[in-house]
Design a protein around this ligand. Structure first.
Ligand SMILES: *Cc1c(COP(=O)(O)O)cnc(C)c1O
Length: 415
């Protein structure tokens, strides 16, 4: 009888976007230790400009040439990052008045900026209409308010209808189709809304159909794309004019946790090309848009904090750092995770190190939730060493409760 194969602990997907030289992580070609000196403090986030550029190039390579790429900037709204992406993508999707102001400061033409999100205030709507960007209408009420504000300003609002589809992007085998949502207009109510848009004289651009996020499965994305095109073509029959825009959402995921595989981007692109070949004639020239946040920036960022104390408690090693969940809620496992899993973490200035050990990385907050790595195998670290949390370019600093416990804020740099 064969002995059972040894059960290896699940590993993180290999992360090769940052080179390592002299056992030190390089971001933008600069050793992390040098970057920490340049920033003048820890903790900080560093985003690698070349990694973002390379990611957009990979998407251009894989996706059909006539598909437009938008950046959903809530993933990382740092103005320098948005400025850089504005030169690489075809449009920017914002989700607040504040994000809109950052997007309008970039070279992106206002007509290629769209504004999604429920609960847009009258001020948000007025500023957006005056800016000449496209509103993704989230409800009938918002449509009526936009029309009234457009009247008052003497400017015709440009609008997409955000559709709450009657399906959902399947992930992890979980299916929750046709549910109620605070986003968009239920697909079954869209025909009546389209007729009202015509009656109100709004400038109808098209549809925004976003069915899910953080997906690593080619088949799930393919199914969502097929259903999205079918739904859009069905709804187009009631539009006041043929749609010019069909935003099919995004949802491309990145590997965070042990055992996760990278998304097979060429396969996603090939499937999309095949679907487009089937429906292109019926689209009547509508511009197909994919909007991505995390996939564009998530892997290009690293969160860096410094070991302040090293202690042992009943056989467990704790590396206590100056950073934690107040800067990086998602790495602590408290931003939508059901079961806490470790983000990829390395000791940035001794990636391989000499001795290795199992250690937990915690922050300075007085709560056991402030955990950046739970019992991970790391190079043995001492106070002064740098902890680097990878896959931190999206939903990092601005998705974290910076005020909790009143510690200093993190800084952000684009290298
Ligand atoms: C958040 C959001 C995105 C970005 O999602 P990612 O998972 O970061 O790609 C795209 N579109 C809409 C409407 C969103 O709300």
């Amino acid at each position: 009888m064969n002995a059972p194969a040894p059960k290896l602990p699940p590993q993180h997907a290999p992360l090769t976007q940052f080179a390592v030289a002299d056992d030190c992580l390089l971001v933008g070609g600069v050793p992390l230790t040098r970057l920490a000196q340049r920033v003048g403090q820890t903790p900080f986030y560093a985003y690698d400009r070349a990694a973002i550029t390379a990611r957009v190039a990979a998407l251009r390579q894989a996706l059909p040439a006539d598909v437009h790429l938008h950046y959903a900037m809530k993933a990382n709204p740092m103005p320098a990052v948005v400025q850089h992406l504005a030169t690489l993508v075809d449009g920017i999707d914002v989700a607040s008045g504040g994000e809109l102001r950052v997007a309008l400061d970039t070279p992106m033409a206002p007509g290629h900026i769209s504004f999604a999100g429920p609960g847009k205030s009258d001020t948000d709507l007025a500023c957006a209409i005056a800016a000449g960007i496209v509103l993704n209408l989230e409800s009938e009420g918002e449509m009526e308010r936009a029309a009234a504000i457009g009247q008052r300003l003497g400017i015709t609002p440009q609008v997409n209808v955000r559709v709450n589809p009657d399906f959902e992007l399947k992930s992890s085998g979980m299916k929750m189709g046709g549910g109620p949502k605070q986003f968009g207009v239920d697909a079954e109510h869209v025909p009546a809304m389209l007729r009202r848009i015509g009656a109100l004289g709004l400038d109808f651009h098209g549809f925004h159909i976003f069915s899910g996020s953080q997906n690593l499965k080619v088949a799930a994305l393919q199914e969502a794309h097929e259903k999205t095109f079918a739904l859009a073509l069905r709804l187009a029959a009631d539009a006041p004019r043929p749609p010019r825009i069909l935003n099919i959402g995004g949802g491309f995921g990145i590997p965070y946790f042990p055992g996760e595989e990278r998304l097979d981007l060429p396969a996603v692109g090939a499937n999309l090309a095949r679907i487009l070949d089937e429906v292109r004639a019926q689209l009547q020239g509508a511009q197909v848009v994919i909007e991505l946040g995390r996939y564009l920036v998530g892997e290009a960022g690293v969160y860096v904090c410094r070991v302040v104390d090293r202690k042992e408690s009943r056989g467990h090693v704790y590396l206590v750092t100056d950073g934690g969940l107040h800067h990086h809620l998602s790495a602590s496992g408290n931003f939508g995770q059901v079961i806490r899993k470790n983000y990829p973490v390395v000791i940035g200035n001794r990636v391989q190190g000499g001795a290795r050990e199992k250690a937990s990385v915690v922050g300075p907050l007085c709560t056991p939730l402030d955990l950046l790595a739970d019992q991970m195998e790391l190079a043995r670290a001492e106070p002064g060493d740098l902890v680097a949390v990878l896959q931190s370019g999206a939903y990092g600093m601005t998705a974290s409760p910076a005020g909790f416990l009143s510690h200093p804020a993190a800084l952000e740099i684009l290298v």
